[in-house]
Design a protein around this ligand. Structure first.
Ligand SMILES: *[C@@H]1O[C@H](CO)[C@@H](O)[C@H](O)[C@H]1NC(C)=O
Ligand SMILES: *[C@@H]1O[C@H](CO)[C@@H](O)[C@H](O)[C@H]1NC(C)=O
Ligand SMILES: *[C@@H]1O[C@H](CO)[C@@H](O)[C@H](O)[C@H]1NC(C)=O
Ligand SMILES: *[C@@H]1O[C@H](CO)[C@@H](O)[C@H](O)[C@H]1NC(C)=O
Ligand SMILES: *[C@@H]1O[C@H](CO)[C@@H](O)[C@H](O)[C@H]1NC(C)=O
Length: 256
């Protein structure tokens, strides 16, 4: 009986880990309630227009659009916030209304491309001078590559977690050994994927402290990168899967 409880605990933890990763996967695939609220990173550009106005003094016309259904990557106008998931990113004109880009396997996190391709031509050129070349935020190659690599780690980590859960159901010493190995492999993959995302968000968030100046005064650039619930869910999934190794390992050695 105690063996059953021990295995049950392992199964529960690996099941929860898989469930959390499924939530991460649906993030930003469309704009309905649940997917909308799950994202790895958010870029809030609602104060950017004021910063540009501060720097160039002239009024800023036509930078933003209020049309929630305007297409992305088409110079149709900047939205207020951009949220990035692992299959797609969406741009929102207010807290609920927005539009998502096409879904791709392992969407690359390229916030600079996302915002500048939404601006009309002139503002794109202005932005090239406001956002310095050296900012990681602008290094779409680095961010894109790493986020794509992280995607595969997260997908494989989730599949390993599912394999640990399924093999654990068979209730046999041998399959518990397999579950243990899958749980260890899955934990490692989730750890790597979550770490990559943590680093790329942290490094692109250096843009948050950037200032623009006008004469002898300066003001924040108004581009704010922040971590989303998707990354917390990923870390939670990692924690569940890594803890599930213990009951699987105990069952593997002691189950009769
Ligand atoms: C975006 O930033 C502005 C201020 O810069 C803030 O008022 C607004 O609530 C933020 N939006 C979101 C969705 O965080
Ligand atoms: C918003 O954008 C869509 C798609 O481009 C367009 O069909 C629609 O007419 C626009 N609405 C307004 C009010 O401009
Ligand atoms: C967001 O914008 C949409 C369309 O532009 C509008 O229908 C909706 O009421 C707005 N929601 C909020 C919370 O402002
Ligand atoms: C998204 O997909 C549509 C239809 O497949 C295509 O016409 C459009 O160019 C794509 N947009 C981007 C930004 O790739
Ligand atoms: C900024 O420059 C203005 C005039 O150019 C001057 O009056 C003001 O004292 C300066 N402010 C600071 C903080 O140096």
């Amino acid at each position: 009986m105690r063996g059953e409880i021990c295995v049950g605990f392992g199964s529960l933890l690996s099941f929860v880990a898989v469930l959390l990763m499924i939530f991460v996967h649906v993030g930003q695939i469309n704009t309905s309630n649940v997917p909308r609220s799950i994202y790895m990173a958010q870029v809030n550009v609602s104060a950017y227009g004021d910063a540009i106005h501060f720097a160039i003094i002239d009024p800023v016309f036509g930078l933003y659009t209020n049309n929630a259904s305007a297409p992305l990557h088409d110079g149709a106008g900047l939205r207020q916030t951009y949220k990035f998931g692992i299959y797609s990113h969406c741009a929102y004109v207010n807290s609920t209304a927005g539009r998502c880009g096409n879904e791709t396997i392992g969407e690359q996190f390229k916030p600079y491309d996302a915002i500048t391709t939404d601006m009309s031509g002139n503002w794109t050129i202005f932005s090239q001078s406001f956002i310095p070349d050296s900012a990681t935020f602008r290094n779409s190659n680095f961010l894109g590559h790493n986020s794509k690599a992280a995607y595969w780690m997260l997908l494989l980590g989730m599949l390993c977690g599912a394999a640990a859960f399924i093999t654990g159901i068979a209730k046999h010493n041998m399959t518990f050994l397999v579950s243990t190995l899958f749980a260890i492999a899955g934990s490692l993959l989730l750890l790597i994927g979550a770490s990559i995302w943590t680093v790329i968000i942290q490094r692109s968030a250096a843009i948050n402290n950037l200032l623009v100046s006008s004469g002898n005064q300066s003001t924040p650039l108004g581009i704010i990168v922040s971590v989303g619930p998707g990354l917390f869910l990923t870390w939670a999934a990692f924690a569940c899967l890594v803890v599930s190794v213990v009951p699987y390992m105990i069952s593997c050695c002691t189950y009769r």
